[in-house]
Design a protein around this ligand. Structure first.
Ligand code: KPL
Length: 288
């Protein structure tokens, strides 16, 4: 198999996990961290196994053939701009960040590049400097118009090609709009939300707003409340990414989650009080 070199922007848990998954698939990864320093060494500690990869002879300043964006949603555009010397018109840019809105900004910013959107459901986090692979998931990627551009060669097995990536992103958005702020407000793990009496009512309102906005954009979603319920059960023991960020004093992605729904609601004339309430409640907590 042809060995591909992936530049991964964002050396957080997901970026690092992807580097190791690619290396497992015999591909190579250059992780670029916040200081914009490319790192060639990737270490994974998984169930007591330590995988250590050292790629020699990679030219860090050669333009990227494949650029995976694994930053926080709010940093996608600025972080990508900061490594423009690594982007040529042939670079395939794959946006794997959470939330919605940055993907479209990216396509507009790089109109001559193949820009793909993606959704990651692997679970990973850092604990005492170790990367914990908490839950095996999938990575779906696709082109917003549903078609696979001819310029996109075969991709490693850890990516699944999706002909309907936009719907996948919307379903993930609904899940994140409901679960992420509620786990911050209640300071709880995902599954604990199932035991609160008012969760269903709030989730229903949040999901109904998401579905209305999607419909106004021409996307008809299945019942997202059921999807949220299933994810709450499947990830019961998880601390949501937003709760982890909140507890670690990091900036939150909610502007690209509930914030996207509120902004689109204003643009399209659809009321979105439940999503707005999530933003207000979380920002009050941050100000405390
Ligand atoms: O995507 C997630 C997140 O935490 O951001 C969920 C699915 C809610 C899992 O925790």
């Amino acid at each position: 198999m042809h060995i591909l070199v992936f530049h991964i922007l964002g050396a957080g848990a997901i970026g690092t996990l992807l580097a190791t998954l690619l290396a497992d698939n015999t591909h190579q990864a250059i992780l670029i961290d916040r200081a914009r320093t490319p790192k060639f060494d990737v270490t994974r500690n998984r169930h007591d196994t330590v995988a250590h990869y050292r790629f020699k002879g990679l030219d860090e300043n050669r333009p990227a053939s494949h650029l995976l964006l694994c930053t926080k949603a709010q940093h996608v555009i600025t972080a990508t701009r900061s490594i423009e010397h690594l982007i040529s018109s042939d670079t395939i840019i794959i946006d794997l960040a959470n939330g919605m809105g940055h993907q479209q900004e990216l396509s507009t910013t790089y109109p001559h590049n193949p820009v793909l959107y993606g959704s990651v459901s692997h679970g990973a986090y850092w604990a005492n400097g170790k990367l914990i692979y908490a839950g095996e998931g999938e990575i779906h990627i696709g082109h917003p118009n549903g078609q696979r551009p001819e310029s996109i060669p075969t991709l490693p097995n850890c990516f699944l090609w999706s002909e309907n990536i936009i719907t996948k992103l919307w379903l993930k958005l609904a899940v994140n709009c409901a679960i992420n702020p509620l786990t911050v407000i209640n300071n709880c793990k995902n599954g604990e939300l199932l035991s609160y009496s008012d969760t269903q009512t709030i989730v229903d309102s949040i999901c109904s707003e998401v579905e209305q906005i999607a419909l106004r954009q021409g996307i008809s979603l299945p019942d997202t409340r059921q999807v949220v319920h299933q994810v709450l059960k499947n990830t019961a023991d998880n601390s949501s990414s937003t709760r982890q960020d909140y507890l670690n004093g990091k900036s939150l992605e909610l502007e690209y989650i509930n914030g996207y729904i509120v902004t689109e609601g204003t643009r399209l004339g659809v009321a979105t009080p439940a999503n707005r309430q999530m933003l207000t409640a979380v920002s009050k907590l941050i100000q405390k």
